[in-house]
Design a protein around this ligand. Structure first.
Ligand SMILES: Cc1cc2nc3c(=O)[nH]c(=O)nc-3n(C[C@H](O)[C@H](O)[C@H](O)COP(=O)(O)OP(=O)(O)OC[C@H]3O[C@@H](n4cnc5c(N)ncnc54)[C@H](O)[C@@H]3O)c2cc1C
Length: 509
């Protein structure tokens, strides 16, 4: 079935507006839609799932509300900017709360560290662990600020479509020692092994291995201090719903259960998409928020590709997978913070198992989310909503999740029960497990990776799939696998780059 735009009420021609189709309603796709509509495009978002958000989908179960993915909101100005473009005020739609501490970090021996943006509080705790590292912390944060200024403020929104853009930044990268790893840079300022972990785990939040990822990612420490770590009342789902209402207010249509099967090409230009149902939708501009490995490997499978060939995709490195267990408890655990990181007995070795050996280890490090610490309405009265996340190998390893998911969940439940959620196994009210298989099949993520392409130096900036496709005219890419990379600030910034590479809507009509 072909539905030519000219035959659809309110279509390109009937409204006289250039038409942009956005594939996927993750944060990247929604942010792209806001920007394109603000620039005069008529926008249609096509989403494979039955609801928006992608990784930020919301699971509703037995009266509990579970954010599927992102929980830590940093750099809120990026969201405020989108709301401004949509003609509304962010604060009118979303109630963000500053977290204090940002996270509680619990070491395997039971000691805790409350990490926040308050330098004095952080230094007082460092002094307890390792007095000699207090001065090193100040020096590390000064370095983080320098990297932030270049890596986030100067480069986060550069298109990197030309090699010259890349060559131009080489002196800055050398000056900032970007050839070092995050762990290597932290270790040059800090001696204590625990404090090294506290200051170096951040890349794991966006799929990077602290022992191999470029030290550019130490910028996250300063970014968090500058703007804080926030959570939304109503959970991250409230931000997604706010974005949906923002784009709909701009006249954008979102179609759910609308899986794109092919990007249509004519004379080297994207001219629309074909859905799995067979329906064809024409467009002047196509923006893909889908994992670039799938955009190029599947949606453009039949199109000859110069750079992002199947071979290049197969040879690329993908981020780790994620095991996430969403559970509601019949009682509350008031001592548990909104965000807790539970570090296991091994650090470097565990990360090696995940990223290098791709084996599922017996031990784990966990991130535990308890949004009901801030917003009790996310669970029935007297109950708590949680999720616990473990970084695991992506599907390039040999873990059989069909058989391993339940034993792994049970091991995590036992660990939590023995550490900070006593009696957990008898308190479960509802439970849902997702593994890298869900990332592969539900979210169309290559190898079931949690964050698409790993953010290594050789897969960053110009080396990452460009926001303006290298393969096809009028095709643009946003989202975690493109520049600048994963994480909510990263994917919103990828949409920001579109303003620099998508021609004005008027050029199409
Ligand atoms: C468990 C977890 C926790 C995280 N925690 C944080 C955090 O606390 N803070 C933070 O900043 N970041 C966090 N992240 C990272 C962040 O969530 C992601 O980087 C970001 O949300 C990705 O957005 P995206 O737009 O790139 O892609 P996605 O959210 O994956 O959206 C892509 C969309 O495309 C749709 N799609 C795929 N194929 C098709 C097709 N063929 N046709 C139509 N639609 C299609 C998918 O269904 C999906 O909705 C977390 C990620 C995970 C998984």
């Amino acid at each position: 079935m072909t539905v030519a735009a000219s035959h659809v009420p309110g279509s390109v021609q009937s409204r006289g507006k250039a038409h942009a189709v956005v594939i996927g309603s993750g944060f990247g796709g929604l942010a792209a839609a806001v920007r394109l509509a603000a620039r005069g495009f008529r926008v249609t978002i096509l989403e494979k799932l039955d609801a928006p958000g992608g990784r930020a989908y919301v699971h509703q179960r037995d009266g509990f509300s579970f954010d599927a993915g992102p929980t830590i909101i940093t750099a809120p100005f990026l969201l405020e900017e989108l709301w401004d473009l949509g003609g509304r005020r962010f604060a009118d739609d979303v109630d963000l709360r500053l977290m204090d501490p940002f996270y509680r970090i619990r070491f395997d021996d039971g000691r805790v560290f409350d990490y926040s943006g308050d330098a004095d509080k952080v230094k007082a705790q460092i002094a307890e662990y390792s007095p000699a590292d207090v001065a090193g912390y100040d020096r590390f944060m000064a370095m983080s600020e320098k990297v932030f200024k270049v890596g986030f403020e100067d480069l986060g929104h550069v298109p990197f479509t030309n090699l010259t853009d890349m060559l131009r930044i080489v002196p800055d990268m050398a000056m900032l020692q970007s050839y070092r790893t995050v762990y290597g840079m932290v270790s040059s300022y800090i001696k204590d092994p625990f404090i090294r972990q506290v200051l170096s785990f951040h890349p794991l939040l966006i799929g990077g291995n602290p022992f191999t990822v470029t030290s550019i990612y130490v910028l996250i420490s300063f970014l968090e201090r500058k703007w804080g770590v926030h959570s939304a009342m109503g959970g991250t789902g409230a931000v997604v719903n706010g974005l949906v209402s923002l784009v709909e207010g701009q006249g954008t249509e979102i179609r759910y259960n609308a899986e794109v099967e092919r990007i249509l090409i004519q004379d080297g230009k994207a001219t629309g998409v074909r859905l799995a149902s067979g329906e064809e939708i024409t467009a002047d501009v196509v923006v893909s928020d889908v994992d670039p490995a799938i955009t190029y490997g599947k949606l453009l499978a039949e199109h000859p590709r110069k750079r992002w060939t199947d071979r290049k995709i197969e040879r690329s490195q993908f981020s780790n997978g994620l095991f996430v267990w969403y559970f509601g408890t019949k009682r509350q655990y008031p001592d548990v913070k909104h965000h807790t990181i539970l570090l296991g007995p091994r650090y470097r070795e565990l990360i090696q198992d995940i990223f290098k050996h791709k084996t599922l280890a017996e031990d784990f490090s966990l991130y535990l989310y308890r949004p009901t610490a801030t917003d009790p309405s996310l669970a029935p009265e007297g109950c708590d909503a949680f999720y616990v996340l473990a970084p695991v190998p992506h599907l390039g390893g040999d873990t059989d999740w069909e058989t391993q998911a339940e034993p792994y969940r049970a091991r995590i439940a036992r660990y939590l029960s023995d550490s900070i959620l006593p009696g957990l196994e008898d308190q479960i009210a509802t439970s849902l497990v997702t593994t890298p298989l869900d990332f592969k099949h539900r979210l169309n993520s290559h190898l079931g990776a949690g964050f698409s392409l790993e953010p290594t130096l050789m897969q960053s900036a110009w080396f990452r799939p460009h926001n303006k496709s290298e393969e096809v005219e009028h095709l643009y890419l946003v989202g975690a696998g493109t520049h600048p990379g994963a994480g909510v600030p990263g994917v919103i910034s990828s949409a920001r780059v579109l303003d620099r590479v998508v021609p004005d809507a008027s050029t199409f009509v």
